[in-house]
Design a protein around this ligand. Structure first.
Ligand code: FUL
Length: 663
C-alpha cells in the first residue's frame, strides 16, 4: 500500500483551498456589462402575446392557421402600452412571431403575416404600431422572435436543408434597407430566413432594447440547427443596446413561468467554455452559482435572471373564463422577481377585440398604485447609520443618499460586517430593500439577516442568501421599531451596499389563492369511483379535496409504466357543465397530463366515445390551472379525465385538482 506523507496531504489541501479562494476572488470581480446593467435597472417590463392563437384559443398554434383568422375588431395598441405603464413597466416586449410562424409585421420574407390577414385589410403592421406607441409614451421596446417555426416546417424550409454561401439581407426588389450591413456566411434556408427577419425588424423598427429567444419548441427532432453565433453578431451590429435573452449571452431565463426566483439567485455563473463559444441552454437547476458550483469553474460569466410570467393562466387570451392573477398574487410575484435579483417580465394578453381585457387593465392599474404608494417613501430616510467597519472613501451614508452611483464598502478582504440604522423615531414597515453596487463591485453577499430592536434586545425579523441587484425581504406582519440592523454573515470577501430601504405596504390580506375553500365545499359530495392506479399517500381523492397542495399520483413507474391513466368522478348529482378544470400538481414539475380525453356518463359505467380530446400545450413550462371547454353545455353526473400521453420524458400522471365549470 502506498502512503501519501502527511505533509503532502497538507500541501494538496492547501492548494485546493487556494484554488477555491482564487475562483471566489475571480467570481467577486465579475461585473455586468453596461448593456446588462441598463436592462437590470428597468426592473419591471411587460410582455405581449397576441396573434392567431388569440383567435383559435390555443397556447401553441399549428403554423397552418388561415392568416385571415387574425382579425382584431377594435384594436388599440396604445391601450396596451398605457396598461403596461400604469403598472410601472419600463419596457414592452412584443411577440412578433410565435411558434406558429405568423409575423405581426408585413415581412418581405414571408407570406404568413399581418399583410395576409383580415386586420386593416392587410394594411396593418402591429410591430410598427406598438413601437410607435411605446416611443410616444416613453417606454423601451423589445422583440420576441421564436426560433421554432411551425409555419416554416409546413412550408418545407425548416429542418435539415443544404447550407449555401449567402449574404444577409437577401435583396428584395423595391426595398432599400436602412443599414448597409451585409453578413456573409454558409447558411441553410431557415437560418437565412431567420436572419433576414432579424435584419428586417431590427433595421425597420429599432432601436430595440431586448431580443428574446425562446427555448421552447413544439416540434423538436427536425434536425434544424440555429446559427446562434451569427444571429448574435447581427444583433450586436444592428441593435447594440439590446440584451439577448434566453438562448443568448446576456440574460438567462429564471427557469419557470410562475414568477419564482431562487433563494440564492446568483448572477455570476460558471461556464464550461468561454462565453463567445458557449451554446446557451436553459438553466433550471436549483443551484447555479454557489461556492460549490464555482469550485471547478473554468469560465465565469455575469448572466442574470429574467422572470417571465403571464397575468392570465396562459400566455394568450383564450376567453373570459380564463383565470387572471389578482393584485395580491402579482405583488407577491413582483417582490420575488424584482426583489430576488431578477427582472420581471409580466405578460398581458390582448383579446379578440385587440384590447387588454378590462379585468386585467384594472388589476394592472391597481398593482401600479400599490407599488407607487409603497415605494414613495423610504422610511430609512433621516436615519443615522453606522457600520462595523468601513473602507476609506465609501462611508455608510452612501447607502442612504438615494444616489445610484455611490455605495458603502467594508474594508478590503474583510468578510461580513454589520450596518445599524437608528431611526429618528419608531417607524412601521414591512419591506426591507437591499442593493449591492453590482456595476462597480459585482455580487458578493451570500448570507445575511435583518434584526430590529425590541424590548431591549435585537430580534431577527428576516434573513436571506443573495442580494445582487436587489433583495426585498417581505415581512409577514408590519413591525414597529426605531433601530434596525443588517448582519452580513457570509460574503465573497468585502461587501458593498448601494441602498438600504424600509418601506410600508398597506396589508392586503393573504396573497396567492392556493387553497380554494369555496371549491372544497362544492366538492364535498363528490366521490372518486375509479382511478387507473395510485401511489400510496397520493390517493385519487386528493384530486378532489379542494386543496391545491395535495395531489393524486399514479403508481410509480416500476409498477405501472404506461398511460392511459384516468380518474372517474361522481359529482353527486346531475350538473350542467360547460367544461372541466385541471390543476397540475404545484410542488414539482410533473408528471403532468399532456394529451387528454374527457368522458361523461349517466351511470358511471357506460362512458361511450370521448366527449372531447386535446392537449395542454405549454403545461411543462407553465403548470397553471387548465380549462377544458366543451363544445356545448353537457348535463351529466359522472366525468372521467384520461391522460393519453404525458409530456416527453414521463410516463406517469399526477393531478392537483379536477374541477368543473358550470353552465
Ligand atoms: C414559452 C412558449 O412556449 C410560450 O408559448 C410563451 O411564449 C413563453 C414566453 O415561452 O415557453
Amino acid at each position: 500500500m502506498y502512503y501519501i506523507p502527511i505533509c503532502l496531504w497538507i500541501v494538496l489541501i492547501m492548494t485546493s483551498l487556494c484554488q477555491a479562494q482564487d475562483i471566489l476572488r475571480q467570481a467577486a470581480a465579475v461585473r455586468p456589462d453596461p448593456r446588462q446593467y441598463e436592462w437590470q435597472k428597468l426592473e419591471f417590463t411587460c410582455f405581449i402575446h397576441f396573434g392567431p392563437n388569440t383567435f383559435s384559443g390555443r397556447e401553441w398554434g399549428t403554423g397552418t392557421e388561415d392568416p385571415k383568422s387574425f382579425d382584431p375588431t377594435s384594436i388599440d395598441v396604445e391601450q396596451w402600452v398605457k396598461t403596461a405603464q400604469s403598472a410601472g413597466a419600463k419596457m414592452v416586449v412584443l411577440v412578433a412571431k410565435h411558434h406558429d410562424g405568423f409575423c405581426m409585421w408585413p415581412s418581405r420574407y414571408s407570406s404568413h403575416t399581418v399583410r395576409e390577414s383580415a386586420y386593416k385589410q392587410g394594411k396593418g403592421d402591429i410591430v410598427k404600431e406598438l413601437v410607435d406607441a411605446c416611443r410616444k409614451h416613453g417606454l423601451k421596446v423589445g422583440i420576441y422572435l421564436s426560433p421554432a417555426d411551425l409555419n416554416a416546417i409546413h412550408q418545407g424550409f425548416y429542418g435539415k436543408t443544404e447550407k449555401k454561401r449567402r449574404v444577409i439581407p437577401t435583396p428584395v426588389e423595391g426595398w432599400t434597407p436602412k443599414s448597409d450591413l451585409k453578413m456573409e456566411g454558409d447558411y441553410d434556408d431557415y437560418n437565412t430566413y431567420f436572419m433576414n427577419q432579424l435584419f428586417e425588424t431590427l433595421t425597420e423598427y429599432g432601436p430595440f432594447h431586448q431580443v428574446w429567444f425562446d427555448g421552447a419548441n413544439p416540434k423538436p427532432g427536425t434536425g434544424q440547427e440555429y446559427d446562434y453565433q451569427d444571429w448574435y453578431k447581427l444583433i450586436r451590429a444592428l441593435a447594440p443596446a439590446a440584451c439577448i435573452f434566453g438562448k443568448g449571452p446576456d440574460v438567462r431565463w429564471v427557469g419557470n413561468e410562475h414568477g419564482g426566483s431562487r433563494d440564492a439567485e446568483w448572477s455570476v455563473i460558471p461556464l464550461p467554455k468561454p462565453a463567445e463559444n458557449h451554446t446557451w441552454e436553459d438553466m433550471t437547476a436549483k443551484d447555479l452559482g454557489s461556492r460549490d458550483r464555482l469550485k471547478n469553474a473554468k469560465y465565469l460569466r455575469w448572466y442574470p435572471a429574467e422572470t417571465d410570467v403571464p397575468i392570465r393562466h396562459g400566455w394568450f387570451y383564450r376567453d373570459d373564463h380564463q383565470k387572471s392573477r389578482n393584485v395580491n398574487e402579482l405583488l407577491d410575484i413582483y417582490y420575488r422577481a424584482v426583489g430576488g435579483n431578477s427582472l420581471l417580465l409580466l405578460n398581458i394578453s390582448p383579446d379578440r377585440r385587440g384590447l387588454i381585457p378590462d379585468r386585467d387593465v384594472k388589476t394592472m392599474a391597481e398593482l401600479g398604485d400599490v407599488l407607487r404608494e409603497t415605494f414613495a417613501k423610504n422610511l430609512a430616510d433621516g436615519a443615522k447609520a453606522k457600520a462595523s467597519a468601513t473602507r476609506k472613501g465609501f462611508p455608510i451614508a452612501h447607502a442612504l443618499d438615494g444616489k445610484g452611483d455611490t455605495y458603502w464598502m467594508s474594508p478590503e478582504d474583510v468578510e461580513g460586517g454589520e450596518v445599524t440604522l437608528a431611526l429618528p423615531e419608531s417607524r412601521t414597515f414591512n419591506i426591507v430593500s437591499l442593493q449591492e453596487a453590482i456595476l462597480q463591485q459585482g455580487q458578493r453577499v451570500e448570507k445575511f439577516a435583518v434584526d430590529m430592536w425590541q424590548d431591549n434586545g435585537w430580534k431577527e425579523i428576516g434573513h436571506g442568501q443573495t442580494i445582487g441587484y436587489r433583495k426585498f425581504i417581505v415581512l409577514p406582519e408590519p413591525v414597529t421599531t426605531d433601530r434596525v440592523r443588517i448582519r452580513f454573515i457570509e460574503s465573497r470577501f468585502s461587501i458593498s451596499l448601494k441602498s438600504l430601504g424600509l418601506f410600508y405596504q398597506i396589508p392586503r390580506g393573504k396573497s396567492g389563492v392556493k387553497v380554494d375553500s369555496a371549491s372544497a365545499e362544492m366538492k364535498k359530495p363528490w366521490k372518486v369511483i375509479d382511478a387507473s392506479s395510485f401511489e400510496p399517500g397520493f390517493e385519487p381523492e386528493k384530486a378532489i379535496d379542494g386543496n391545491a397542495d395535495t395531489y393524486w399520483h399514479t403508481q410509480y413507474r416500476q409498477h405501472k409504466p404506461h398511460p392511459p391513466h384516468w380518474i372517474a368522478i361522481d359529482l353527486g348529482s346531475h350538473q350542467k357543465l360547460r367544461g372541466l378544470t385541471y390543476l397540475p400538481r404545484q410542488d414539482e414539475p410533473g408528471p403532468h397530463i399532456f394529451k387528454y380525453e374527457v368522458y361523461v356518463s349517466d351511470n358511471g359505467t357506460d362512458w361511450n366515445e370521448p366527449l372531447i380530446e386535446g392537449q395542454f400545450d405549454n403545461i411543462v413550462n407553465n403548470p397553471v390551472e387548465q380549462q377544458i371547454l366543451f363544445e356545448k353545455i353537457v348535463e351529466t353526473r359522472y366525468v372521467k379525465l384520461m391522460s393519453i400521453e404525458p409530456p416527453p420524458g414521463s410516463v406517469e400522471a399526477s393531478v392537483g385538482e379536477v374541477g368543473i365549470i358550470k353552465e
